[in-house]
Design a protein around this ligand. Structure first.
Ligand SMILES: [Zn+2]
Length: 74
């Protein structure tokens, strides 16, 4: 898991990882489930591309940072 590679938005689903979406402009932060990416990006895009496209819901800037978060074990 530590060496899992996150290259596209579909990687989150494959690795069962939630994603922290952090706005580098205002610090607003949300956690999204992998399924949310399938809705926003039906075709996989690279993490870099997704970071460029996502707009902060708080301040409107496009300075997102995507950080993989492994789901807690149950
Ligand atoms: Zn923001």
């Amino acid at each position: 898991m530590a060496n899992a590679r996150f290259e596209t938005t579909f990687s989150f689903g494959r690795h069962k990882a939630n994603c922290r979406v952090l706005c580098q402009a205002c610090g607003h932060e949300i956690v999204v489930a992998p399924s949310a990416f399938y809705d926003v990006f039906p075709i996989p895009v690279t993490i870099k591309e997704a970071e460029r496209r996502l707009r902060c819901t708080a301040c409107g800037e496009k300075r997102a940072r995507l950080i993989p978060m492994p789901m807690p074990m149950r």
